[in-house]
Design a binder for this molecule. Structure first.
Ligand code: 13P
Ligand code: SF4
Length: 312
């Protein structure tokens, strides 16, 4: 791309010309969040994807999110800036192995976290996100045993929250498993007035320290409505952009990671594969495009629609 190209102007022009909508997750680079028509958590993004009248959905997030948008919109073009933007949770659950697992427990209701491939959704009874997981599990009759996949950390948290005994798949998010409990406790000692808040994909020892646990939008709302002025935030650091905009006067500290990386916090390498340049290129050339075979689409649509119905 020649340096004379003004990416923001060009993206705005293409958005109008192609009647496109740009949906972005809170973990995206700040400049992508700034240009998006809508930023949100996984539930909000799928609700927006379900109701848009745009001709092209530009999904600034990871592959399973764009795929969910395509499942809901077979006649719209869905593109994402980088086709390799995957997710460790989605990868931890291959459909062939999961199918065997489900077949071993035929009496179980299969609840899957939206962070999974269409192949897994097609094997599910209902999909959930971290915003609505408790509600969805509570809607399942008490006498029905449950399989929950693919996130074991969210699963364990939900077992505690709902009192339901669930069979868990052994998947996890590399970003939320990278938090260091020792560094977190040290940081809290240095900032005893800070409230720790965490995403439920984090491990149980991290969740134990948190005063509030919720999805990305849940965390932002909590900080907005809570009275304290200082927070340690245990989720992907991209959330701090929108959170800080909502509470400019408050102090937000990202929870420390085990790894010695430049931000000292935890960032999702998949989410960060998307850049403003790639966003421009994918809007201009309408590629890479997400496509899905129709029989798989119909199978994976049902559990998503059930979730959307229960989340109204
Ligand atoms: P939510 O934004 O739905 O909380 O999900 C977090 C996440 O890890 C998305 O990949
Ligand atoms: Fe997947 Fe974790 Fe990245 Fe979310 S933060 S996309 S769950 S790897």
């Amino acid at each position: 791309i020649p340096s004379s190209v003004n990416l923001v102007e060009e993206i705005n022009r293409l958005r109008k010309e192609k009647n496109a909508v740009i949906l972005a997750h809170y973990y995206q680079e700040s400049e992508i969040q700034e240009i998006a028509d809508y930023i949100g958590d996984s539930l909000g993004l799928s609700q927006k994807a379900a109701e848009t009248d745009a001709d092209m959905i530009v999904f600034a997030g990871v592959h399973f999110m764009a795929e969910t948008a395509k499942i809901l919109n077979p006649n719209k073009k869905v593109v994402l800036p980088d086709f390799n933007a995957g997710c460790s949770l989605a990868e931890s659950c291959p459909p062939e192995e999961f199918e065997k697992f489900v077949k071993q427990h035929p009496d179980h209701v299969v609840v899957t976290y939206i962070n999974c491939s269409a192949g897994i959704k097609a094997l599910s009874d209902i999909v959930c996100t971290s915003s609505n997981a408790k509600k969805i599990i509570d809607s399942i009759p008490e006498d029905k045993p449950i399989i929950f996949a693919p996130d074991k950390n969210l699963g364990r948290y939900l077992i505690k929250e709902t009192g339901r005994d669930m069979l868990l798949w052994d998947g996890s998010c590399i970003v939320h498993e990278a938090f260091s409990i020792d560094k977190l406790l040290e940081l809290h000692k240095e900032n005893p007035d800070a409230t720790i808040i965490a995403h439920p994909e984090s491990e149980s020892h991290i969740l134990k320290t948190a005063s509030y646990i919720g999805s990305t939008s849940g965390l932002i709302n909590f900080v907005k409505n809570d009275e304290n002025n200082k927070y340690i935030v245990a989720t992907e650091a991209g959330i701090l952009h929108e959170m800080q905009k909502e509470v400019p006067e408050k102090i937000l500290i990202p929870a420390p990671s085990n790894e010695d990386n430049t931000c000292a916090c935890s960032e999702c390498g998949f989410m960060k594969m998307n850049t403003l340049q790639k966003l421009y290129v994918c809007m201009k050339y309408e590629t890479p495009e997400v496509n899905i075979n129709e029989s798989l689409r119909l199978k994976s649509l049902k559990p998503i629609e059930r979730m959307l119905e229960l989340s109204k």
